[in-house]
Design a protein around this ligand. Sequence first.
Ligand code: NAI
Ligand code: MG
Length: 369
Amino acid sequence: MMAKNLFLLPGDGIGPEAMGEVRKIIGYMNSAMKADFVLDEGLVGGCAYDAYGAAISEEDMAKAMKADAVLFGAVGGPKWDHVPYEVRPEAGLLRLRKDLELFANLRPAICYPALASASSLKPELVEGLDILIVRELTGGVYFGEPKEIIDLGNGQKRGIDTQVYDTYEIERIASVAFELARTRKNAVCSMEKRNVMKSGVLWNQVVTETHKRSYPDVKLEHMLADAGGMQLVRQPKQFDVIVTDNLFGDMLSDVAAMLTGSLGMLPSASLGAPDAKTGKRKALYEPVHGSAPDIAGKGIANPIAMIASFAMCLRYSFNMVKEADNLEKAIANVLDQGIRTGDIMAEGCQKVGTSEMGDAILKEFANLS
Ligand code: NAI
Ligand code: MG
C-alpha cells in the first residue's frame, strides 16, 4: 500500500488540543488497520510568528505542497493582535489557500439526531439533515479588481469591490459539486443572482453547460441566492449539494452551519485542482471554529469538528469511504450515549473533556471497524 503523507499544522489555542485527538485515531488506524499514514508536523499562525517571525515558514509551505493532505487546527489569539498585518496569524491560512490553489471549500451541514433539539429550527426540520455547501473560494468579489476607496474630492469617498468570474473558475467549481453529488443523493442546486448580476448570468450559463456536457445524470436546479437563503431555513432537507460563489457561499454556509448546532461540531475541506498526472487533488482539512483563546489550555475544547474534518480527509483525499463513514458514525453514537463537551452539554448528559471525548469516539470507531 502507498504511504499516505499527512502534514499536520495544529496552530494556536485549542488547535493542538483538538489535533491531539486526531493523532490518537491515526495512531490506531496505523497499528490496528495498517493504514500507513506518515505524519509530519509544522507551525502555523501565532506560534510560527513567535518562532520565525512569519505566519508560516517556507520550509513548512514546501511540506504542505508535497503532502497528500494538510490537517489544519486553528490560528490566532489576543497575544498576536499587535503583529504587523502581513505576518498576522491568518496570513498563514491565506498563504496555504493561495499556494495550494484551494478553490473549492466544502462545508457539510449535518444534523446529528442527538443534537436536533439544540437547533434554532424545529427539530423535525433538521433531524437527518445532510447537506453539503460547495463554495468557490479563490475568486469573486473578495479578490476582483478594482478594489479600492477613492477620494471623490467633494467630501465624498467611494468604496469599490468588483465581482469577477471567468468561465474556467465556474466550470471547475461546478465539476467539484457534480462529482460530489454523485457520491451522495445526486442533486445539485446552483445559487447566484442572475437577475441583477452579469457574473450571475455567466455562472448560470456555465453551470448549465458543464452539467449538460459532463454530468447529465445529476439532478440540477437553479435558485436565486436570496430565495436560496430563505429555502435553507424554511425547508433545509430539500437540498443535497449547493454550489455558489465566494460571497454568497460565505454567508449561506454560516447560515446552514448554525441550523445544526455548535461551532465545535463543524468540519470543512478545501480542495484544489486534480493533478494532471495522478488525478489527486491538493487538500486542506480544518474545523470551522477558531483558536478559542477563552478556553485554550483547559482541556475542555470539543474535538469533534477536528475529528470530523479528518473523516472528510479519509473520504476525499484517500477514498477511504468505509473508514470515513465509521468515524462519522462513531461521533453520532457517542452523542447518542449522552457524552458531551461543555459547549454542547445538555440536561441528563455526561460532561467530559477533550481527551475523554476523543477516547470515546476512538472506542466506538474501533468497535465499528
Ligand atoms: P472561535 O471560533 O475561536 O470561538 C468562538 C466561541 O466558540 C468561543 O467562545 C469559543 O470558546 C467557542 N468554541 C470554538 N470552538 C470550540 C470548540 N471546539 N469547543 C468548544 N468551544 C468552542 O472564534 P473567535 O473567538 O471569534 O476567535 C478567536 C481567535 O481565533 C481569533 O484570533 C480569530 O482570529 C481566530 N480564528 C481563527 C480561525 C481559523 O484558524 N480558521 C477561524 C476563526 C477565528
Ligand atoms: Mg464566514
